[in-house]
Every structure is written in structure tokens, then in C-alpha cells.
Design a protein around this ligand. Structure first.
Ligand code: SAM
Ligand code: DTB
Ligand code: SF4
Length: 343
């Protein structure tokens, strides 16, 4: 059973009584930094203990990702191959049509995806025909029996409510890094803009998917502070994607060194300890990891991945490779509405 720190129990699973795991919202940076710096196997042990108290089985959510509107973005996010101002080889495309998107969603469903995430290279979504098409895409994905997720940039209150009415389950909008480091990475919008959109998503009753990227030149304190900001929200995000920077030629961060796998493991483990009931997603950067590294991330509490050969514009492990890994390791796909956290 999970409890808010006040001691209020959400619900109980009487068939599988589990130890109490408090959901805290008062994390302080020094204690989180101390967790991050534990001997690695102690940290993984702590994270796995929290994980198994909340998530009974060894299951991983399979999310499919589609770039429904690629490139040509007005923002200057230093990591992003889709920013129009960087010469990255990503061409600006129009919004895909509703039938094209639903065809891709069907294929993903047949391959075993239970969540379909649609990403658009926009600063914000404009009202009008494009927004109406996205609403139709959300309704279509829901009618295929999948969870629907979008990431479209900043939203207004009214847009968030219309997306909710169309059936949207989750909205991805990342903090990416700490507030202190944010200005070194993005200048065309502020941290506060991100927080405001996240609040609008929350207020509309849509699940929040919010995480970040490691390998942006941030300090360990920046990494820990980002996790503290996420965990100290009034509600933990339902999903927390942890991305390793995919350095792309033409972006200002192209020459950044590849993130050490063990830094990914530590970040995931701390995210799991701070946000026990959230899905922690091992996101970008999986193609650069061997099987053992990915399994170590799962030991550290990752219970969600993007699968399919492409993320938005960069590569991801081949479908067959992922299936072989899951088979060898005995990892099972997590079913929406069945495999809920023990809350
Ligand atoms: N334009 C919208 C926005 O920025 O919110 C949605 C799409 S944007 C590409 C979604 C997320 O992808 C970003 O917030 C960032 O965390 C992640 N991302 C983009 N480029 C990346 C890269 N090169 N490596 C790792 N993550 C990346
Ligand atoms: C997230 O946190 N990671 C995904 C998803 N949310 C939209 C995107 C990763 C993008 C990696 C770079 C690319 O493929 O363009
Ligand atoms: Fe645009 Fe999103 Fe890329 Fe930033 S991360 S440049 S907002 S697509």
C-alpha cells in the first residue's frame, strides 16, 4: 500500500499486502544528492526495493512514438535536431494526415504497444484545423484500445480541456534539466512557461509525463535538482522519461560526450526512489546501450520504454532486438488498466 506522507492511504490491494512506501513531496537537494552518490549496488538495491513494493511484477510498458509533425521548429533547444535554426539534415514537414497516423497506430498496436505517443515540433499548438486534426488522432488512437499521449509544446487551458474531452491520457512536456541550467540550453522560453503548461495539463485531468535529459553539460546537482522539482510537485508525474542526450550533428551539443551508462542507472534509480508510483521510462539513448546496461536500468526501476525503430528523428533498437532481449530476460509487457501501481 502506498501512502501520501500525511499517512493518508489511497487504496489497498488486499490480495498482495505490500510494505508502506511513502509518497513524499518534500525532498531536499542534499539528501537526494546523497542517494545519487551511494555505492552503485546499494543505490540499485534501494531502488529495486521501492520498485517491488509498488510494482508487483517484472513488467515493462511498451510505448510507441510517432513524429506527427517533424522539423522546422522555431525554438532553440540546444539538443534538438528539429530546431529550424540548426543545420541537422532534418527537413521541415507538414502535419501528417489523420489516416496516416491511425495506420501507424494500428501497426504499433499489432506489434504490442499499449501506449501511442504523438510528437510535434512546435513551440505551442495553434487553434484551428491542426488542433482539430490532433483531436481526431487522439479519438482514433483511443478507439484502437491504446493509451493516447501527445507532446505538442505549450498549451492553453482550453486546449488542455479539449484534449481531455477527446480522451487524451497523458501529455509529455519535459523540464529537461534544472532551472539553474535551463538558460544554458534554451533561451526562447523559460522554465516557468514549462511549469505553467504542466499545471494546465494537471488541472484538465490529463496524466502528466515529465522528465528530462542527461548529458547536457549539467552538474550532478542539476540532475538531482530536476528530480527534486518533479518529485516536489503536489502530484508526482504519472510518467517520468529519462533521456540520454542523443548528440546530433549540427546542434550546439553535437560534440558532447556520450552519457555514461552508469549515470543513466543512477538517475533512473533516484527517480524511482523519489517517485515510487510513477512509470519511469528509459527513453532516448537506448540504441547506444548494450543489453546488460538496459537490464541494469530496469533493475534500477525503469518500467517503460519506447519501442520501434525510431524515436522522433533518431534511431532506437530494432523491434526484433527488443523482443529478443525481453524474451531472454523474461520481461513481460505491462497492460494498461491491469498492471497499476499498488496504490
Ligand atoms: N516540441 C515539443 C516540446 O519540446 O515539448 C515536443 C517534442 S520535443 C522533441 C520532446 C522532447 O524530446 C524534448 O523535451 C526532449 O526532452 C527530447 N529530446 C529532443 N531531442 C533530444 C535529443 N537529441 N536527445 C535526447 N532527448 C531529446
Ligand atoms: C521524451 O522524453 N523522449 C521522447 C518523447 N519524450 C517525445 C523523444 C526523444 C527524442 C530523441 C531525439 C529524436 O529522435 O529526435
Ligand atoms: Fe522545438 Fe521541442 Fe525541439 Fe525544442 S525540443 S526545438 S520545442 S521540437
Amino acid at each position: 500500500m502506498l501512502t501520501e506522507f500525511s499517512g493518508h492511504a489511497h487504496t489497498a490491494d488486499h490480495s498482495h499486502p505490500a510494505p508502506q512506501v511513502p509518497l513524499r513531496h518534500d525532498w531536499a537537494l542534499p539528501e537526494v544528492r546523497a542517494l545519487y552518490e551511494l555505492p552503485l549496488l546499494d543505490l540499485v538495491y534501494r531502488a529495486q526495493t521501492v520498485h517491488r513494493a509498488v510494482w508487483k511484477d517484472n513488467k515493462v510498458q511498451l510505448c510507441s512514438l510517432l513524429s506527427i509533425k517533424t522539423g522546422g521548429c522555431s525554438e532553440d533547444c540546444a539538443y534538438c535536431p528539429q530546431a529550424a535554426r540548426y543545420k541537422t539534415g532534418v527537413k521541415a514537414e507538414k502535419l501528417m494526415s489523420v489516416p496516416q497516423v491511425l495506420e501507424a497506430a494500428k501497426t504499433a498496436r499489432q506489434a504490442g504497444a499499449t501506449r501511442f505517443c504523438m510528437g510535434a515540433a512546435w513551440r505551442e499548438i495553434k487553434d484551428g484545423p491542426q488542433f482539430d486534426s490532433v483531436l481526431e488522432m487522439v479519438r482514433g488512437v483511443k478507439s484502437l484500445g491504446m493509451e493516447a499521449c501527445c507532446t505538442l509544446g505549450m498549451l492553453t487551458d482550453s486546449q488542455a480541456h479539449r484534449l481531455k474531452a477527446a480522451g487524451l491520457d497523458a501529455y509529455n512536456h519535459n523540464l529537461d534539466t534544472s532551472e539553474a541550467h535551463y538558460g544554458d540550453i534554451i533561451s526562447t522560453r523559460g522554465y516557468d512557461d514549462r511549469l505553467k503548461t504542466l499545471q494546465r495539463v494537471r488541472d484538465a485531468g490529463i496524466g502528466v509525463c515529465c522528465g528530462g535529459i542527461i548529458g547536457l553539460g549539467e552538474s550532478i546537482d542539476d540532475r538531482c535538482q530536476m528530480l527534486v522539482t518533479l518529485a516536489n510537485q503536489a502530484h508526482h508525474p504519472e510518467s517520468v522519461p529519462v533521456n540520454a542526450l542523443v548528440p546530433v550533428e549540427g546542434t550546439p551539443l553535437a560534440q558532447h560526450a556520450r552519457v555514461e551508462t552508469l549515470d543513466m542507472v543512477r538517475t533512473i534509480a533516484v527517480a524511482r526512489i523519489l517517485m515510487p508510483a510513477s512509470m519511469v521510462r528509459l527513453s532516448a539513448g537506448r540504441q547506444q546501450m548494450n543489453e546488460e546496461a538496459q537490464l541494469l536500468c530496469m533493475m534500477a526501476g525503469a518500467n517503460s520504454v519506447f519501442f520501434g525503430e525510431k524515436l522522433l528523428t533518431t534511431g532506437n533498437p530494432e523491434f526484433d532486438q527488443d523482443m529478443a532481449l525481453f524474451e531472454k530476460a523474461g520481461v513481460k509487457p505491462l497492460e494498461p488498466n491491469v498492471d497499476k501501481p499498488n496504490t
